[in-house]
Design a protein around this ligand. Structure first.
Ligand code: UTP
Length: 292
């Protein structure tokens, strides 16, 4: 029986330079997919997977994320007074309960590994989930829920992976795998942004992790890696010498909302599948495409 995964970390302290000027005063994690901020979709995925505590690693200019997950008393009272029960129910359903969120600050954006390390005291000595909110994964059940099934069966550390064309591997962290059991593999190596000819496979690391708490020691003892940042991949490589790592080739579609094309595609995909908007949106989109 594995120790239950109760906490999830959401690193949201990055500068979001690829979305300037939108992200000058607003966090990129608050960019919307139709009518939900990307961070909300990541929290929904974690909640569906049974997560009970949501830890946000924020930075300067990110206060609005904390407000988003709080109760907006005046707004809710106004909706109630105006009889807008649908909207009120929506806000109540999506809000974590009091005490289920924690916020800590990464004082400088020193890299993803460093952001995760900032959550060490809030996580303590237990395994946890890590979700990069700008990697939006459309999956049923959600990607983290699929990973938790793998974790419950195998324990250790679990990383979500997906296949990309071999000529694209140099943009990503890539895993090398040995044994396969269904859609999960044993990881035997990890390489950050390899040349295609040096890549151990075409399975890339996709923004969802289940990690054991020993990862914090490895991050703490690590020198800055590529781009002068503290990388999580380097720390995971260290931990791999001590503990098993499994890769799950999850069933779902990824939209990298950290880049503009991925973000636009996510809005189209999520808009098209909405019951209240899909048909009208499809007609409008087809007409627009016919015109160009
Ligand atoms: P990215 O590298 O995609 O985010 O990090 P970024 O640095 O904000 O984006 P660009 O490249 O400048 O446009 C993935 C996730 O890790 C967080 C980001 O907020 C994002 O959710 N992150 C990244 C941190 O919390 N701290 C960091 O130092 C770096």
């Amino acid at each position: 029986m594995q120790q239950k995964i109760k906490k999830a970390v959401f690193p949201v302290a990055g500068l979001g330079t690829r979305f300037l000027p939108a992200t000058k005063a607003m966090p990129k994690e608050m960019l919307t997919i139709v009518d939900r901020p990307v961070i909300q979709l990541a929290v929904d995925e974690a909640r569906e997977a049974g997560i009970e505590h949501f830890v946000f690693v924020t930075g300067r200019n990110k206060g609005v994320i904390e407000d988003h997950f709080d109760k907006q008393f005046e707004l809710e009272e106004t909706l109630r007074a105006r009889g807008k029960t649908e909207q009120l129910k929506l806000l109540e359903a999506e809000r974590p309960s009091a005490g289920q969120t924690s916020f800590t600050r990464q004082q400088e954006p020193l890299g993803l590994g460093h952001a995760v390390w900032c959550a060490r005291e809030l996580i303590g000595p237990e395994p946890f989930a890590l979700l990069l909110p700008d990697v939006l994964i459309h999956a049923r059940p959600g990607c983290l829920k699929q990973m938790i099934s793998t974790y419950e069966e195998k324990g250790g550390n679990v990383i979500a992976v997906e296949e990309v064309p071999p000529d694209q591997v140099s943009n990503y962290g890539v895993v090398g795998v040995s044994e396969q059991a269904g859609s999960s593999f044993t990881i035997n190596t990890m390489v950050e942004k390899p040349k295609p000819e040096d890549a151990p496979s075409n399975l890339i690391i996709t923004g969802r992790y289940i990690l054991q708490p020993e990862i914090f020691h490895h991050i703490a003892n690590q020198d800055p890696g590529s781009g002068g940042e503290i990388q999580i991949t380097d720390a995971m490589k260290g931990l791999m010498a001590e503990q098993p790592f499994h890769a799950l080739k999850f069933d779902g579609t990824t939209y990298d909302c950290g880049n503009k094309i991925g973000y636009l595609m996510a809005n189209v995909a999520y808009g098209l599948e909405r019951e209240d908007l899909g048909d009208e949106f499809r007609t409008a989109l087809n007409a627009m495409l016919d015109d160009v």
